[in-house]
Design a protein around this ligand. Sequence first.
Ligand SMILES: [Zn+2]
Length: 130
Amino acid sequence: MAIAVPNIGSKVRVTVRDQDYYVYATKQWREHIYEGVVQQSVFKDPFYFAVRTGKPDFPVSEFSAKSSHIVKIEYLIGGASQVSTETKAWKIKSKDKIYLVQRVNGKFSCTCKGFEFRRDCKHIGLVGKK
Ligand SMILES: [Zn+2]
């Protein structure tokens, strides 16, 4: 399975559907449109992308291409890349703690402190980098 994620620099119009906070009790859905230039997301997840809308309250909005709230993404300029969903995860027990090692599109990550600082750790070594 693959999901299209807007390329950085593309100009997009993202339509998002969500429940209005103020009319939540009535279960009314509202559509919001975010238009702007795609930039690098602050999240490491390859499915995330950020749109610089220039809105005064939230000038940059973050989206996940996997989110069910996204109704559609229109490309005004540019396009998208297909991102493969090759994801694998392992739970590694070390002393009294459990760490989560993940491989997303060939890139390893771990939830331990060592990985945070060195971008590598013994837990990733344990899963054999295969
Ligand atoms: Zn680790």
